[in-house]
Structure formats: C-alpha cells, structure tokens
Design a binder for this molecule. Structure first.
Ligand SMILES: Nc1ncnc2c1ncn2[C@@H]1O[C@H](COP(=O)(O)OP(=O)(O)OP(=O)(O)O)[C@@H](O)[C@H]1O
Ligand SMILES: [Mg+2]
Length: 312
C-alpha cells in the first residue's frame, strides 16, 4: 500500500530564553509512515510533541533535522498543500466574520465558483452540526466547541486527500464528541484519509486503524492498534471470583497469585498466567469457597499508553 505520509528522522529544537540560546528538543528523531485510506492516531500526553510534529508537516515550523513527505511530495510543495486539509488545536478565526463569510473566503482560496462555494458551505456546516441560525453570527460569539466544529468544516472545504486534525474533539461536550467521531469515521470512505492527534484514548480506540505513541518527543510504539493490543495481551491475566472462601487460608496456599482482594463477601484473585488457574481453584475449594467466575483481563489502549509513556 502506498504511504501518503512519510516522516524520516524528524527533530525539532525550540530556541528559548532571552538570547534564544537555550535549546529545547521537542521532537527527537521521529520516523513513521501512514498508509492510504486510513485513520491514523497520533497519541501522546501533554507536551509529547504532537502539535510540533503536525506544525512541521504543515510547514508552519522548520525542522532542525530530518525530512517528511505528504502524498509523495516534499512538504514545501504548494500543489500538495492544495490537496490536504488542516485543523489546528484550538482553531482561531477572525472574530468579526461569520461562518458563511469565512467559508466564502476559503472557497475563493481554492478557486471554487460562487455556486460551489455556497453549496459547500451549507453541506459542511450541516455536517459538523452547526445550526443554521448560527451560520450568519459573528465568530466572536461562538463557544469553544462551536469554533472546533467550524475549524473541522473548514479543513474539509477542498475535499482533501488527507486531513490533519490536531485534537479534533477538544472543547466538545459528550454528544458533540460522538457527532464529530461519526463524521471523522466516515471520511476514509469519502476519499479523505485522517491523521489525528489525540490524548483521548477512547476516541483513538473507536476510530483509528493504526497509531503511533509519542513520549517526550520520541516514538514509543507504532503499528496497527489491533496488533499492539494483542501483543500486550499475549500473556493474559485472569480475574477469579470466589464466594465463601477464607481469604487468609487462601493467601497462604496460593503464593503465585499476586493479588487477593476481599470484595463484599467474595474474594477476588488475579492469576498471572493460565497455568495458575488450576492451583487457585483447588486452593479456593480447600479454603471452603466456591467459584463464581473466571474472566480474562484484557489490556486496553489506556494500559498500553501508560506502559509506553512511563518507560523513559
Ligand atoms: N514555541 C515553543 N517554544 C518553546 N518550546 C515549545 C514551543 N512549543 C512547544 N514547546 C515545547 O515542546 C514540547 C512539545 O510541545 P507540543 O505542543 O508539540 O506537545 P503536544 O504533544 O501537542 O502537547 P498537548 O497535548 O499539550 O497539546 C513541550 O515540551 C513544549 O513545552
Ligand atoms: Mg498539542
């Protein structure tokens, strides 16, 4: 499959301090690639370097080292930038414009004729769930969530082949998040791949085919979400619930179980491997207990994320 984004050994130092003498490495040797037709999740905690990476790709910042290409073209290609979309983190627009005026302006930038501009404005503002009564209101009166919707709609005006969304769900309430999630989910089928940064892991789990996890400017893990989760689940643990057992007795006879917990009359035992289950059940019976349930504990993206970002 063709890669529509390739990043090679990309690094960025910010120069800070009064004389700009002090260097802060925000991104450190990032390499990754994104395949056509997918939703790619770019994950990382606060300050991991997500926005820096996206700004480098948008040519809003210049890299200290490394290179990148989008749609097979170098990132300074003007013709490539006409075929992509970008919604910044906390989008900000000229306060005294209305959404209709803003979209007319962006439509002109992309050489759309008047009727196409009008049609596209209506289509996109409806799609992001902005009510018609707000279409002619000045943007200064908009809430954070409404501006986020305008930003998302703006990034799709040129029917981009790939859209870069920096924290697209920030500022949205739960219903808004679901609406925007549904909108993003259908973009690949309309010919628009998605590169989105987020620290909301449930959104990434619901939407993304592949992810990259960034930790302090470095790539901590990358790949298909399914594979990453399977890999971290290859040594499954089990949660065993037993009723009526004497927990003290149980504790002595099953040294292998790391955790035993009393929960409203029941005892919860964690088996660290499936070969431990047999012994735990025997011990539970000997301690006068009876089995209620055995359930595998699956690691979520959240566990994976915490494990990856904690290691360095
Ligand atoms: N203009 C700047 N000057 C100096 N340092 C900066 C600048 N912008 C970002 N940084 C630093 O670079 C690092 C990465 O920041 P970046 O904004 O890329 O992180 P992020 O992953 O987008 O975080 P968040 O989830 O909070 O948006 C941080 O340590 C940040 O303090
Ligand atoms: Mg950011």
């Amino acid at each position: 499959m063709e890669h529509i984004v390739s990043v090679e050994n990309l690094s960025k130092d910010y120069e800070t301090g009064f004389w700009k003498k002090k260097k802060v490495r925000a991104l450190d040797g990032l390499s990754l690639s994104v395949s056509e037709g997918q939703i790619f999740g770019f994950l990382g905690g606060n300050g991991a370097g997500k926005t820096t990476t996206i700004k480098l790709l948008m040519r809003l910042l210049y890299p200290t080292e490394g290179s990148a290409s989008i749609l097979g073209q170098p990132i300074d290609s003007v013709s490539m930038h006409r075929q992509i979309g970008y919604c910044p983190e906390n989008p900000y627009f000229y306060d005294y414009l209305t959404p209709v005026e803003l979209f007319d302006y962006f439509g002109r930038l992309f050489d759309l004729d008047a009727s196409k501009r009008k049609a596209k404005t209506g289509e996109l503002l409806t799609k992001v769930g902005l009510e018609e009564r707000d279409w002619k209101k000045q943007l200064r009166k908009f809430s954070k969530g409404m501006l986020q919707r305008v930003g998302l709609a703006q990034s799709l005006i040129n029917e981009p082949r790939i859209v870069f969304l920096d924290e697209p769900m920030s500022g949205l309430d739960p219903i808004g998040r679901r609406e925007i999630r549904e909108l993003i989910a259908e973009l690949p089928s309309k010919g628009t791949a998605v590169f989105m940064s987020t620290h909301i892991l449930s959104d990434a789990e619901a939407l993304c085919d592949e992810v990259a996890i960034l930790s302090r400017g470095k790539l901590a893990a990358a790949g298909k979400l399914h594979d990453l989760l399977a890999e971290s689940n290859d040594q499954p643990r089990f949660e065993i619930v037993v009723a009526g057992a004497d927990a003290a007795k149980l504790r002595i006879s099953i040294p292998n179980a790391t955790e035993i917990e009393q929960r409203s009359g029941d005892t919860l035992v964690i088996a660290n491997r499936d070969s431990d289950i047999e012994g735990i059940l025997r011990a539970a019976r000997d301690a006068g207990g009876s089995l209620i349930s055995i359930n595998p504990i699956r690691r979520s993206l959240e566990d994976l994320f915490v494990a990856q970002t904690k290691t360095d």
